[in-house]
Design a protein around this ligand. Structure first.
Ligand code: MIG
Length: 627
């Protein structure tokens, strides 16, 4: 392999990598370690493109912006955001020379990717120890492949997890879940799963089920399974502190929870109120937590999503008390606008605060959480995955490279915004680069109210992503496909997904097996300038190019073809349109009930007959789309 490994100091073992590589004796000049910090400076040529960084804002080309690696529960994915839920410290600079770089460091990293100085990458690592891997030579895809081999094989769930999935915060009881399933049945729209968000629990206590809302849960799971529907419950990272709650009591008596600076169990508020946080970095603790899931798999549950594992913290008692004290001091003062901002911030900054992360300790107080923050969701995912039966669906919100071996990820609380369709598309290649194959965004948008047109256009992209889940927040309009006018248009689009499942599933498995990407930027395969700069189309496998419509009130869009391709539109069980197109720019028109795709010259895409769920899908090929 063409990888060089540099070690600075005495890094915390993250187990992000699975292959031992000898450590180089000398640091290259562009890595500087002094004053308890590490920095890296890399020159950028004019034409250099930066790919990578996984789950981040920005374009496919990450150049010209700043980013942070610090897993963050931030539900406003606006253009200026520097960190989302994952920390994926791998990028490739591609120009005349091509270089890959992975910084294996579990704390805060600042990335200036040609922002302050347009011709320089400046990375600062907030710590004195890290492993840095540099991969040189070859194409982008060869560099990425070496990296992916280094970090180990990606997780792929069973095939039913490639079906269409419906979620909402929340379907709080059996009656509601039944109504959702009936809605889909009546509209003739396929469906594989329904998600249970936090309200299925008893007071948000992990591993409990509210008996009133879901009586005889085990039989209910079975009943739905016989209809081909699987229920997917959420599990949150924190455990409610409540005397008599067995999970809490076991955690306390076995020392499984993170500590505070005084050696007591660290406590902070999340959904259940005051919680303790399992120390997932401690092998016994993550194993214990993982085994708790078996009470649910014993009832027939076959999939989970795990949340709030950055970890998200609403406030700590300490934070709250100090905010109250600070605000008291304003009493009787002349409150001008600046004072107003000050006291307001005392409360608004209580959530996810650095102070709390610095008061949280792992491994019997030995390791401060702040310094290893980005491992928390990863190690939770790991503990759960290692305990679950094979072929269980699992995906997480927070992640660090390494967690891709144990589960998928979804990209958190987006909005029903047109720009977030594009964001979804742009993130796919960078997530694949970092090992995440089973991934997707909340289709239709989590926050805000989706319009019919937005959801249909979004679905026209999501039918290609391994995780295809419509999810929406509390307080938003009903976002199920059958809840809109003329649900047959939704049926036409979602049915296309089922025709593609055998192709997508095999592709995902092969990409995991061979350390390849499922979604690639055009610039990885074509050398011309328009391909290099293309930011709203991607390649899927070796066969397909996708170019979804992501703007409102448009019947079509411009598409760039880097070579001759065949344009297809699929609708329901039919091919509704086919046209050979030359290299160059084309305007395409796509109805709301169609799925557009381009098949590359000489390639073939197998389709099956559509189905009402994956269990009843006949995976034999019914026809080929030929390029
Ligand atoms: O603070 O469980 O990203 O998918 O619906 C919000 C409720 C907590 C955040 C997740 C979202 C989920 C929601 N959760």
């Amino acid at each position: 392999m063409n990888i060089k490994k540099y070690r600075i100091g005495n890094p915390f073992t993250t187990e992000a990598t699975v292959i031992d590589i000898p450590i180089e004796r000398e640091l290259p000049r562009y890595i500087c370690a002094e004053d308890s910090k590490i920095s890296i400076k890399l020159p950028l040529e004019n034409e250099d493109i930066i790919y990578g960084l996984g789950e981040q804002m920005g374009g496919i080309n990450k150049r010209g912006r700043k980013y942070k690696s610090f897993c963050s529960d931030d539900p406003f994915h606006t253009e200026d955001k520097e960190a989302l839920y994952g920390a994926h410290n791998f990028f490739v600079v591609s120009g005349k020379e091509k270089t890959g770089c992975f910084i294996d460091f579990p704390g805060l990293i600042h990335w200036d990717m040609g922002f302050e100085k347009t011709d320089e990458i400046f990375i600062s690592v907030e710590g004195d120890s890290a492993d840095i891997y540099i991969i040189e030579g070859g194409s982008e895809q060869e560099i990425i492949k070496e990296f992916r081999i280094l970090i180990g094989k990606s997780y792929i769930p069973p095939m039913w997890a490639f079906g269409y999935q419906q979620s909402r915060w929340s379907y709080p009881n059996k009656e509601t879940v039944n109504r959702i399933i009936e809605g889909y049945e009546q509209a003739g729209i396929p469906l594989d799963t329904v998600y249970l968000d936090i309200d299925y629990m008893d007071n948000y206590k992990d591993f409990t089920i509210n008996e009133k809302s879901f009586p005889d849960f085990k039989n209910y799971v079975k009943e739905l399974k016989s209809k081909g529907i699987r229920l997917i419950p959420i599990i949150d990272a924190g455990i409610k502190c409540e005397k008599g709650f067995d999970v809490y009591e076991e955690g306390v008596s076995n020392n499984y929870f993170c500590k505070d600076r005084n050696g007591n169990d660290f406590k902070a508020a999340v959904w259940p109120g005051i919680c303790c946080f399992p120390d997932y970095l401690k092998p016994e603790a993550r194993k214990w937590f993982g085994h708790k899931f078996l009470s649910l798999t014993d009832m027939g549950i076959e999939g989970f999503w795990i949340d709030m594992n950055e970890p998200a913290i609403f406030f700590s008692q300490e934070g709250f008390d100090s905010a109250v004290e600070a605000v008291k001091a304003y009493n009787g003062e002349d409150l001008d606008c600046w004072k107003y901002f000050e006291y307001r911030d005392k409360f608004s900054k209580l959530s996810n605060s650095t102070n709390d992360y610095k008061n949280m300790y792992h491994l019997e107080g030995k390791i401060n959480h702040y310094n290893v923050h980005n491992l928390y969701g990863y190690m939770m995912t790991r503990g759960v995955s290692e305990s679950l039966p094979k072929n269980t669906l699992l995906f997480s919100r927070a992640s660090y490279i390494g967690s891709h071996r144990y589960g998928g990820i979804w990209t958190g609380d987006n909005f029903s915004w047109w720009s977030h369709i594009l964001l979804n598309l742009r993130m796919l290649p960078s997530l694949n680069m970092c090992g995440y194959i089973y991934t997707g965004a909340d289709c239709g948008g989590f926050n805000g109210n989706a319009s019919r047109e937005l959801l249909l256009r979004w679905l026209q992209l999501s039918v290609f992503t391994p995780l295809l889940r419509n999810h929406s927040s509390i307080g938003t309009r009903n976002q199920e496909a059958f809840a809109f006018e003329n649900p047959q248009d939704f049926r036409d689009v979602i049915q296309v997904r089922y025709r593609l499942i055998p192709y997508l599933y095999n592709l995902a498995k092969n990409c995991a097996e061979n350390a390849e990407m499922m979604f690639k930027p055009l610039g990885f395969e074509y050398e011309d300038k328009l391909s290099k700069e293309c930011d709203d189309q991607v390649l899927l496998g070796d066969e397909i190019m996708i170019a979804p419509i992501y703007s409102q009130n448009k019947t079509g869009r411009m598409v760039y073809l880097p070579e001759e391709m065949t344009f297809y539109k699929l609708s329901g069980n039919r091919v509704s349109y086919k046209e050979k197109m030359n290299k160059g720019l084309h305007h395409i028109v796509v109805e709301l009930n169609e799925v557009p795709l381009f098949v590359r010259k000489g390639k073939k895409v197998p389709l099956s007959e559509t189905a009402k769920n994956v269990d009843s899908l006949d995976t034999t090929v019914s026809e080929y789309l030929e390029g």
